[in-house]
Design a protein around this ligand. Structure first.
Ligand SMILES: C[S@@+](CC[C@H](N)C(=O)[O-])C[C@H]1O[C@@H](n2cnc3c(N)ncnc32)[C@H](O)[C@@H]1O
Length: 276
């Protein structure tokens, strides 16, 4: 999938220099990602093997956009549930679902302790939550707990170790990318999902990977929070402020030449809960 800037220029506002784009405006950031990661998102939903009448949980649902998309696709026969840790995102998700006319039950709650009964869900999924989790096996066990025998668990997650940027300052770029990977509790989550599933009681485990490719420097800066990350790498003493400024300048030059390219891979894994 290749991404270029949209005609309306929706990505011109750069995030606060001191925070990542996500921290600066969670709602806007998640909305942009959902739009930009279209292929990965579609595949993650296809992988759920959806049918009318199923009950679906999205744990760590953020703004609820994936549930709303599923609800629009499958119509009123599905039962949709979202669980999200942050109250502000639950409020936004409720607002969006109502505006879209898609009935969804949202709970403020933790993926490690889902506010749901055992064996009640046909499809339990998460997207880009496992990178935040210190205990991914426990989280997966919780998703399995709430899923009915014969139901499916689907986890989608990027791997920050796959972030590559075509930039002339190669060594510095590698340092910055390594910092990205290591700042998350579980920055290599994507590559580990298949192993995690295979070691769980789930059966029929399958994995798929989809790379997002961004050729617009402005979008890349926004989506990957490049400015904030540079500040953090410099604050950690890993690069000098001069190198940081030069790195941005050279990136800008490749953008002006129309040659910039960056990419990151997302992994999508599914497994079935053994039939009773
Ligand atoms: C990168 S966002 C992805 C949101 C949404 N799944 C999407 O694809 O747009 C990660 C989400 O996981 C939520 N989250 C992180 N840890 C969580 C936990 N332990 N339980 C529930 N939600 C969690 C965050 O608050 C955030 O909304």
């Amino acid at each position: 999938m290749q991404i270029t800037r949209d005609k309306e220029g929706g990505h011109n506002d750069m995030p606060d220099q001191q925070s990542t784009a996500y921290q600066a405006d969670k709602v806007d950031y998640l909305t942009q990602i959902t739009r930009l990661f279209g292929g990965y998102k579609r595949r993650a939903i296809e992988f759920m093997n959806l049918q009318p009448g199923v009950s679906i949980l999205d744990a760590g649902c953020g703004t609820g956009d994936d549930l709303i998309a599923i609800g629009k696709q499958l119509g009123p026969a599905v039962q949709l549930t979202g669980v999200e840790l942050l109250p502000e995102l639950v409020t936004e998700a409720r607002k969006r679902a109502e505006a879209a006319g898609v009935p969804v039950t949202f709970h403020e709650g933790d993926l490690y302790q889902l506010p749901l009964e055992t064996d009640t869900i046909d499809r339990a999924r998460t997207d880009r939550v496992f990178q935040h989790l210190e205990q991914p096996a426990e989280a997966l066990a919780e998703l399995i707990r709430v899923t009915k025998p014969g139901g499916w668990v689907v986890v989608a997650e990027v791997d920050w170790g796959t972030l590559v940027l075509d930039h002339p300052m190669v060594e510095l770029t590698d340092k910055i990318a390594a910092f990205y990977r290591d700042r998350q509790p579980n920055g290599r989550a994507g590559r580990g999902l298949y192993r995690l599933f295979k070691k769980s009681p789930l059966t029929q485990v399958e994995v798929y990977a989809d790379a997002v490719c961004i050729t617009d420097w402005t979008i890349a800066r926004f989506i990957w929070g490049i400015d904030a990350m540079l500040n953090k790498v410099a604050s950690a003493g890993l690069i000098s402020p001069e190198d940081s400024a030069q790195w941005l300048q050279r990136g800008q030059e490749s953008a002006s030449a129309g040659t910039f390219c960056g990419s990151m891979t997302g992994f999508i894994v599914r497994g079935q809960v053994a039939k009773a």
